[in-house]
Design a binder for this molecule. Sequence first.
Ligand code: PHE
Length: 345
Amino acid sequence: MSDAASLIQELQRLEAEAIETLAHAADTAAVEAVRIDFLGRKDGRVSRVLRGMGRLDPADRPEVGAAANRVKAALETALTARLAELAAGEAGPGVDLTLPGRSSWEGGRHPVTRVMDEMWNVFRDMGFSRARGPEAETDWYNFEALNTPLDHPAADEQDTLYLEHSHLLRSHTSPVQIRTLEQYAPPIRILAPGWVYRRDTYDATHTPAFLQVEGLVVDEGVSFVDFKATLAEFARRMWGEGTQIRFRPSFFPFTEPSAEVDVKRVIELPDGSSRETDWLEIMGAGMVDPAVLDAAGVDSERYTGFAFGMGPARIAMLKYGVTDLRTFFESDMRFLEQFVPEAAR
Ligand code: PHE
């Protein structure tokens, strides 16, 4: 390499090193130190390199001189820019030191999730397992295996969201009964939470998607007494000792007999006295129809069972005094913030 080329290379190396050092210069004194180290007139490192020019062929000097000037100018620009940066950081515009500090957000569980978790805790303690099934189902699992012929009103296109090729969005969590019975031998005790879909208008009491929690118990010798006692125990653990339940006769194609189950709670008033609530419907339920066991390949001579389906959003509405179901879906922080745990507020 010629002497000229090696001097130019040395200048470029110094430039890179100076810029790197500048980036770490934390105050104006440090910037000034960089200036003296690299651009100092007598002992600066750039000046020292230029002293080597004397050895050069005079024809090569202009090229090295031009390179030196370019490097000096670049360093001056970088020094000025770094000083400006430091000045902005010290008392930059838009930084108001008198503003209160930012508080951090702490999330809370959604009110419907809370109710579902409470339900799960109770049934888990009673020996239930979790189960789940697909949201896109076939009409066999959603209707026919559940003893519901496809010309039943529930299967009508007015109520159910159909997909292609006999598939649909499940209109309840009851198909998980069939899938569980197909997959596991009794004794079965499951709780199956999940989303279900219906062709409903979106208003204060209906949403086209909502959560259900399905329960199923199948074993030898499961009787109506087990059915009633299990649900009464659930209600007491969920809502407290004084809670009563009542069964109203109803109809579902997949249970026989069928019932709608209501609860009446005792609530404590601030003055220490207590009051009974109105009856509140919490679930549809019944003894599993033998046709359902048969459809799932379970021996209906040997096994019996009961099933129930709950709507946790409805229960959350009553629990929290919410009058419009849509507020559960609209992610309005003014609403959801109320459910952040006390300690985090
Ligand atoms: N699947 C029923 C519904 O969506 C509820 C139900 C479940 C009823 C299990 C009886 C037994 O309304």
